[in-house]
Write a protein that binds this ligand. Sequence first.
Ligand SMILES: C=C(OP(=O)(O)O)C(=O)O
Length: 567
Amino acid sequence: MTTSEQASTVLQGTPVVPGLACAPALLVRGEISPEALARFGTGDFDDAEAALAAYDDAVTAVADGFARRAERASGAAAEVLTASAGLARDKGLRGAVRTRLRAGDPLLGALDGAVEQFSGVFTQMGGLMAERVTDLEDIGRRLTARLVGEPEPGVPVPEVPSVLVAADLAPADTAGLDPQRVVALVTERGGATSHTAIIARQFGIPCVVGVGGALEVAAGALLLVDGSTGTIEVDPDPEQAQARVERDLADRAVVGAWSGPAATADGVPVKLLANVADGSSARDAAGAPVDGVGLFRTELCFLDRSEEPTVDEQAAVYAEVLNAFSGRGPVVVRTLDAGSDKPIAFATHEGEENPALGVRGLRLSFDNPGLLDRQVAAIAQAAEETGTETWIMAPMVATVAEAEDFAGRVRAHGLRAGIMIEIPSAALIADRMLEVVDFLSLGTNDLTQYTMAADRMATDLTHLTDAWQPAVLQLVSQTAAAGQAAGKPVGVCGESAADPMLACAMVGMGVTSLSMAGAAVRPVGVALGGVSLETCREAARAALDSRDPMAARTAVREVLDRGRDAG
Ligand SMILES: C=C(OP(=O)(O)O)C(=O)O
């Protein structure tokens, strides 16, 4: 052991964006100085209206700041910043502040109370709305800072390339990052689907979340972040670390040049597909080396609609996506996965005790079959107009009867019908599901949530909501085997498809396509091209035999490294 090895400590978290980076730690604490808060006290206002006017000024400053940063950003970052500007100006939040001021609360107390009240509501709604709590709390801190005359807390602009280390990053913080200056992200909380992970993926910088004790590292300590293994080496040997980063950069150059189509080293083709949300994201994804779309999340087109769009309106929205992949299908369109983490005003059932287990996805059609029939008709109309090969699948299917009923409605339009496998019951009877549908698509985000009984958005359960959990992999394997036996396609469209090592193992289990964000396609294509199908099968066995996610990752890495060396 060298001296430097003796000195280095290794922290472990959940890897979400692969890649190696080495730089000093920049700690983000985001607190407002207690002295400034004490100086401000209850504020010096004549009455509640004067205090409300001060609140309005602070809101304008904070929201304008977000809007200015949105103008300089693009893609997901710009969207997140624009959404934050809207949330800062929210009339409901202002109303809650006003009510408290009129009841005699001091301004900072009224603001805290209102933020707490709305955070409670968002948390109760769960899913994506619960994710907005971090956003709201960030806005609360920024408003407080403005009111007491301090700079808005947030991520300091690094003077040298740095690893950003934080408890959790507010969406507005991550959206404004400069990837030249921030070379990796490490957070104590957050999961694979958190905003931190999404933005890191967009920037292509390594990211590890759920790292206990991350904020205890010394400010400025050298960190070697491995976004593939989830390890953070504190004070590594600088020369060795630099050499590893350079090797990784060379590997990444190979990845950047990959242009498809995907196949294992011995030539077995694997379809790599894109996950899209609307026409614009489909046009972006069409620039990636993909063979089509494996998941079009239609509900995301209608999050802002209070009333159900007509069949013609829907067909126009769907045609935008189908046109982007004209002649390059199939495009797999998922019917509305409304409810739970994706509440849609015209479809979601209000007031459910436990929306993730409630009337969501296909279940919305139980008492409103017209909603499903109109959507299927609109998709069929768009398919006809564009001539793009179109398949339709349903989310949240639990029984064969549900699958059969759905398939009947889709096939009436002459289109292929499939279902998502995201409930353990569906995976366990995948063979019987395949008797009534044409294809299956594993939604490993929800499959993991339901298998592990752990909310996919719960930031303190990320060790459970990990698709590498052997129990989840058993269900993936069983589903893929059913597909192989029936000779029907089984894809994966959850986040796990974007993990190059897991992608190889899942192909070894018999999965025939992998659908992911366009930015994730090349690393997966390169990983598959480096190993034979037999190595993928061996990786699958190694993963399935492991007792926990970390052991599974290690075992699969060893098998794939051996397979690459042998090839
Ligand atoms: C792809 C999936 O669906 P969602 O849109 O819910 O992430 C999944 O659950 O894996």
